[in-house]
Design a protein around this ligand. Structure first.
Ligand SMILES: Nc1ncnc2c1ncn2[C@@H]1O[C@H](COP(=O)(O)OP(=O)(O)O)[C@@H](O)[C@H]1O
Ligand SMILES: [Mg+2]
Length: 311
C-alpha cells in the first residue's frame, strides 16, 4: 500500500471569468519511506493538490488516499496519518508556543505529549521561545512553530508546502537536517518547493507539475541523467547572434548554453569566437535540476502549443 495515492485528481474553481481547471487528471503514488518532491512554477497547482490531500478542499474528480484511507470518505483516519506544514502562516496570536503545541496535541487526541513537544522545540531551535506568545515571534520563528505543530502527533506522512519560501539559511539547514532524520526513521515526506537545489539534494523522486498536469515524474538521478549533461556558462554585455540566442538561457548578463558532448561544446565556442561576442568568466559545468526543470517546462510549453491549448 502506498503512503499517498493520487488517482486522476482534478479540480475546477468557479471564477468570475468562468470555470478554471487548476488540476487536470493528476495520478501518482508516493511509496512509504520515500522523500518525494513536487515541483512546479507558481500557480501550477501544488497547494491545490495539498489542500485536497489535507481534506481542506474537495477534488472535482478522482480519488486521494493516505495509507489506504480515503481523504473524503475516511477523513479522520486519513488526517491522522498526515502532518501538514501549510504555505501560509496562520495562528492564534494569543497562545504561547507551548500552548499552541499542546492544543494541537489535544486536537489529535494525544495526551501527555510534553516530552515529544520538548524534543520538537529543541530540534527546531525553539527551546527558548516556548513561553513566548505567537504574536511576538518573527516570521522565521513562526514557520518553525508551524513545523512543530504539524509533527505533534508523530504522523507517518509529513507534507511541507514551500516550507523555506522567504526563510533564512539557518532555518533551512535546521529544518532539512531534522526532516531528513525523520525520513531516515521511516517517515514519508512530500515536499513542494521551487528551490530546485533543495529538491535535488533531498528527494528520491520528483514529479513536475505544470498548469495542473504532471509533465515529468522520475527518480531524481534519472531526471538529471535524461537531460543535456553539460552547460556552458559565461557573462557578457554583448548581444548574442540569433543562432546562439535561440538556444540560450539568458539571466541578466549570464548566458547558459546546453551541450550534449565535447564536440557540441567546441561548436559553441567556435560560434562564439566568430561572432566577436566578448565573454567573461567562461565555465563548463554539469547540468543541474534547474536546467532539467527549464527544459521540461519548455517542452511542456511546446506540447501544449502543438495541441492547440492556450498558453
Ligand atoms: N480558491 C481559488 N479560486 C480560484 N482559483 C484558485 C483558487 N485557489 C487557487 N486558484 C488558482 O489555481 C491555480 C493553482 O494555484 P495553487 O495551487 O496555489 O498553485 P501553486 O501552489 O503551485 O503556486 C492558480 O492559477 C491559482 O490562481
Ligand atoms: Mg503554493
Amino acid at each position: 500500500m502506498p503512503a499517498v495515492s493520487f488517482q486522476n485528481v482534478s479540480k475546477t474553481y468557479d471564477t468570475p471569468r468562468g470555470a478554471f481547471r487548476a488540476l487536470d487528471g493528476v495520478s501518482f503514488d508516493i511509496e512509504r519511506g520515500e522523500f518525494f518532491g513536487l515541483l512546479g512554477p507558481n500557480g501550477a497547482g501544488k497547494t491545490t493538490l495539498i489542500s485536497i490531500l489535507a481534506g481542506l478542499s474537495r477534488a472535482s474528480g478522482g480519488q486521494v488516499t493516505v495509507l489506504g484511507h480515503d481523504v473524503v470518505g475516511d477523513y479522520a483516519s486519513a488526517r491522522k496519518q498526515l502532518g501538514i506544514v501549510p504555505q501560509e502562516l496562520v495562528f492564534d496570536p494569543f497562545f504561547s508556543v507551548r500552548e499552541t503545541l499542546r492544543i494541537q496535541s489535544g486536537y489529535f487526541g494525544v495526551k501527555n505529549n510534553d516530552d515529544w513537544i520538548d524534543e520538537l522545540l529543541t530540534e527546531l531551535g525553539l527551546a527558548d521561545k516556548a513561553q513566548s506568545n505567537m504574536r511576538q515571534l518573527s516570521g522565521g520563528m513562526k514557520r518553525r512553530v508551524l513545523v512543530a505543530q504539524a509533527l505533534v502527533h508523530r504522523p507517518p506522512v509529513i507534507v511541507l508546502d514551500e516550507p523555506t519560501a522567504g526563510v533564512d539559511v539557518e532555518l533551512r539547514q535546521t529544518l532539512w537536517q531534522f526532516i531528513a532524520k525523520l525520513n531516515r526513521q521511516g517517515h514519508t515526506v512530500l515536499l513542494t518547493t521551487h528551490y530546485l537545489e533543495e529538491a535535488e539534494a533531498l528527494c528520491h523522486r520528483i514529479a513536475m507539475l505544470k498548469r495542473g498536469r504532471i509533465v515529468a515524474l522520475d527518480r531524481t538521478a534519472n531526471l538529471l541523467a535524461g537531460t543535456a549533461s553539460t552547460m556552458l556558462r559565461f557573462k557578457t554585455d554583448d548581444v548574442l547572434p540569433a543562432a546562439l540566442a535561440a538556444h540560450a538561457r539568458v539571466t541578466g548578463r549570464i548566458v547558459q548554453l546546453k551541450a550534449h558532448d565535447a564536440a557540441e561544446i567546441e561548436t559553441l565556442l567556435a560560434a562564439l569566437r566568430q561572432s566577436g561576442v566578448r565573454v567573461e568568466e567562461l565555465e563548463i559545468g554539469r547540468a543541474d535540476l534547474e536546467d532539467v526543470f527549464i527544459e521540461i517546462m519548455q517542452g511542456a510549453e511546446f506540447e501544449a502549443a502543438a495541441q492547440g491549448v492556450a498558453a
